[in-house]
Design a binder for this molecule. Structure first.
Ligand SMILES: NC(=O)c1ccc[n+]([C@@H]2O[C@H](COP(=O)([O-])OP(=O)(O)OC[C@H]3O[C@@H](n4cnc5c(N)ncnc54)[C@H](OP(=O)(O)O)[C@@H]3O)[C@@H](O)[C@H]2O)c1
Ligand SMILES: *[C@@H]1O[C@H](CO)[C@@H](O)[C@H](O)[C@H]1NC(C)=O
Ligand SMILES: *[C@@H]1O[C@H](CO)[C@@H](O)[C@H](O)[C@H]1NC(C)=O
Length: 332
């Protein structure tokens, strides 16, 4: 039995070695590259823009509010490493009209050349129990988080394939790896991104275009503060079982993974566990990554069962507390 398992492991490693030249992309050179960041005027997107600028890239920021865009541009320009670098700002809603988004990308390409890397970071979150969320919230989150990632990607993909150069980054969420209380609208919009990314990666890999999906944990941004206002008690208590990350740290990891062409980008030990647990049929970009996934699956599923149990008990406790506040206080 043990021998058989060992033989399988050896065969697996050999197989991975055989295909490895096909799956290790050449890193993208950021100096002089044109990076478009949607949602680049705030939070994680702004930090991604700064990180790329620090490495010599030319940046196009895309978001709606012009004042916030100009503010972010000033902040990013402080980090220049040469006097040729440019930060271009374009105001558009990425979720409304495809032809508008296409025009904006055309404008950016005319000024700063073809897009080498697109980071789809525009997004928003609203929490609430399923029956308390307006139906329009489901439509809004799907159009901003999902269609707002489809449109810019669709506008850059042809040129990327022609040039045989490109990176497309999608910013999902840990809530795009598991569904949590209060996130019926948000989680589904972030799960949708994963399906898009997997299918797209299979199409564009022969053209040397690589797709990255990032799954940030709770991150200290203006968007997070906004979302916090709408969270039910259950959602807040579940969130509080993990710590809040700094956007700079999240941005650094995303840029690193995008340069390397890694399909998955995650942060911290929870992030590592969630990515391993949910790797499914996602593309693999290195031998170590594939081996880690195979080896850790059983252990992580076991740990996940404990997490799920504790989430269930949080939800039950909140329900009791609402029914009989005095009694729940005593049992808590
Ligand atoms: N912060 C977290 O805890 C966390 C965790 C996991 C995933 N994420 C994801 O990470 C991404 C960034 O989050 P964040 O917290 O950094 O958000 P944020 O601080 O609220 O920034 C959002 C950015 O997106 C832009 N934006 C929003 N809707 C847009 C639209 N329809 N068209 C164009 N631009 C739009 C905003 O600018 P305008 O409003 O001016 O358009 C802003 O630049 C989101 O996709 C979010 O879901 C965040
Ligand atoms: C979230 O909101 C609650 C009150 O609604 C507050 O106590 C908490 O400090 C807020 N957390 C963050 C990170 O803003
Ligand atoms: C996901 O990406 C992170 C880095 O962003 C890496 O440390 C981790 O091993 C990856 N996990 C899987 C399952 O590929």
């Amino acid at each position: 039995m043990l021998l058989l398992a060992a033989a399988f492991l050896v065969a697996f490693v050999l197989l991975l070695y055989m295909v490895s030249p096909l799956i290790s992309p050449k890193p993208l050179a950021l100096p002089g590259a044109h990076v478009v960041v949607t949602g680049g005027s705030s939070g994680i997107g702004k930090c991604i823009a700064i990180e790329c600028y620090k490495q010599g890239a030319f940046i196009t920021l895309v978001a709606r509010n012009e004042d916030k865009l100009l503010q972010a541009k000033k902040e990013i320009e402080k980090h220049s490493i040469n006097d040729k670098q440019v930060v271009l700002c374009i105001s558009v809603d990425v979720s409304q009209d495809y032809s508008q988004v296409e025009n904006v990308i055309k404008q950016a390409q005319e000024k700063l050349g073809p897009v080498d890397m697109l980071v789809n970071c525009a997004g928003m979150s609203l929490a609430g129990k399923f029956e308390d969320l307006e139906v329009s919230t489901f439509e809004r989150l799907m159009s901003v988080n999902y269609l707002g990632s489809v449109y810019p990607s669709r506008a850059v993909i042809t040129t990327m394939k022609e040039r045989r150069v490109g990176r497309i980054v999608f910013v999902s969420s840990q809530a795009g790896q598991l569904g949590l209380f209060g996130f019926t609208a948000y989680s589904s919009s972030k799960f949708a991104i994963r399906g898009l990314a997997e299918a797209l990666q299979m199409e564009v890999k022969p053209y040397n275009v690589y797709v990255t999906v990032a799954y940030p944990p709770d991150t200290d941004t203006p968007g997070f503060a906004e979302e916090n206002k709408t969270k039910p008690l259950e959602t807040r208590l579940i969130s509080e079982t993990t710590s809040v990350c700094k956007p700079e740290q999240v941005a650094k990891q995303i840029v690193k993974d995008a340069i390397q062409g890694n399909f998955n980008s995650s942060i911290g030990s929870d992030g590592y566990m969630l990515s391993s647990l949910t790797c499914g049929m996602a593309p693999v970009t290195s031998i170590t990554e594939g081996l880690q996934q195979v080896v850790t699956m059983g252990l992580f599923r076991t740990i996940a069962l404990f997490y799920l149990g504790s989430f269930d008990s949080i939800v039950r406790r909140c329900m009791m507390q609402r029914a009989k506040p005095e009694m729940a206080d005593k049992t808590a």
